[in-house]
Ligand binder design. Structure first.
Ligand code: ATP
Ligand code: MG
Length: 346
């Protein structure tokens, strides 16, 4: 079976360390494996479904997300990076898929449900927003992708995509392929919480540490982080569960970080034990986390600065990638229309 990988991000803001943990780290790993094709899509059309009144925000962030990709090391020689709206075939796919989904099914999608609540649309839900899982099914199937590296908030989308695929194939003959999510190995990376510890880290919620944040900002955000509200004195026993600092350490720290920045502990388990017993202060664990994050973010930040002085190159990557993706899209749309018997003049 061919191995076609596709993922994407909404250009609603710069990318954050939740993206890194949930999806980018996996993409970097996958781009060095054997595959037939790998796509990374900047989902500007999808971003417009809940930002339609703010097109400049979406436009500006297309570039920011592209800068983040390249700064992290996504390699345009291996990966086709493209902009969703540059592929009009996607809207055709979406249009035909809309017939295969019921309104109640869309309303039951748990990710959409929680996003609707957050956005406080009340009773005026834009149809486009409610239908974005259908357009996501189009993104995946148009490129015949079968491996989708995502965080776990995307699992309902994958499920819905596969339902559409099965429905389509049963009505129009075997045409589309089912896909599967590729989740990070570390369960804590599935859905990194924001620095407030309340919700998942999300561009729309303002609880993020961005890949592009400068050192001072990272330091301030780490120092503000939610820990254990009952751990008031250093000697009080501390709680690990729900403690955002420890969740981040679980995701980002390894033994070599301890050797470099906190040699009095060998590894995270030792630190956790000591913290739970009492005697380890929050400032100490936060400073350690700051060092761990800085080790990850410094090279990304430096690469970003370099690329910011060469925006023409970044534009070219997007333009070329979109051109390449379009060739595949045109070809596959023909197959879809043939299956639905609307290929009159071919
Ligand atoms: P928005 O608030 O606009 O929805 P977002 O921060 O949720 O933005 P998306 O562009 O929707 O980011 O998500 C892109 C990818 O990153 C998806 O695969 C998603 O699962 C993953 N992702 C987003 N946030 C997190 C997180 N906090 N932890 C792990 N993965 C995440
Ligand atoms: Mg999201």
């Amino acid at each position: 079976m061919s191995k076609i990988i596709l993922t994407g991000d909404r250009p609603t803001g710069k990318l954050h360390i939740g993206h890194y943990a949930g999806s980018i780290r996996k993409r970097l790993e996958l781009q060095n494996t054997d595959f037939d094709k790998m796509y990374v899509m900047i989902a500007d059309s999808q971003a417009l479904t809940d930002n339609f009144s703010n097109p400049s925000k979406v436009r500006d962030n297309v570039m920011e997300v592209a800068l983040d990709y390249l700064s992290c090391g996504i390699d345009p020689k291996k990966v086709t990076i493209f902009v969703q709206s540059m592929i009009p075939e996607l809207t055709e796919y979406t249009f035909y898929f809309l017939n295969l989904v019921t309104l109640s099914r869309l309303e039951r999608n748990p990710t959409v449900k929680s996003e609707l609540k957050q956005k406080e649309f009340e009773t005026s839900i834009p149809v486009g927003f409610l239908c974005y899982p259908v357009s996501q099914a189009a993104d995946i199937t148009l490129f015949e992708a079968n491996l989708i590296p995502v965080g776990d908030d995307q699992l309902p989308m994958i499920e819905q995509t596969n339902e559409i695929v099965r429905k389509f194939n049963s009505l129009y003959g075997d045409t589309l392929k089912e896909c599967e999510a590729v989740l990070p190995e570390n369960e804590k990376s599935f859905r990194l919480p924001g620095i407030d510890g309340k919700n998942k880290m999300s561009k729309s919620l303002g609880n993020c540490i961005y890949l592009a944040d400068d050192s001072k900002t990272v330091y301030e955000k780490v120092m503000k982080m939610y820990t254990d509200p009952n751990h008031i004195n250093v000697n009080d026993p501390g709680q690990i569960e729900g403690n955002v600092v420890f969740i981040y350490l679980d995701v980002f720290a390894n033994d070599s970080h301890f050797e470099k920045y906190l040699p009095e502990f060998k590894n995270l388990n030792e630190l956790k034990e000591a913290y739970q017993k009492g005697g380890v202060g929050d400032v100490k664990i936060k400073k350690f986390l700051y060092n761990v994050l800085e080790e990850l973010l410094t090279p990304i930040r430096e690469k970003r600065q370099e690329l910011e002085n060469n925006l023409d190159y970044v534009y070219d990557v997007l333009k070329e990638g979109s051109k390449e993706a379009r060739v595949v899209a045109k070809e596959n749309l023909k197959k879809l229309k043939h299956a639905i018997k609307i290929d009159y003049f071919d």
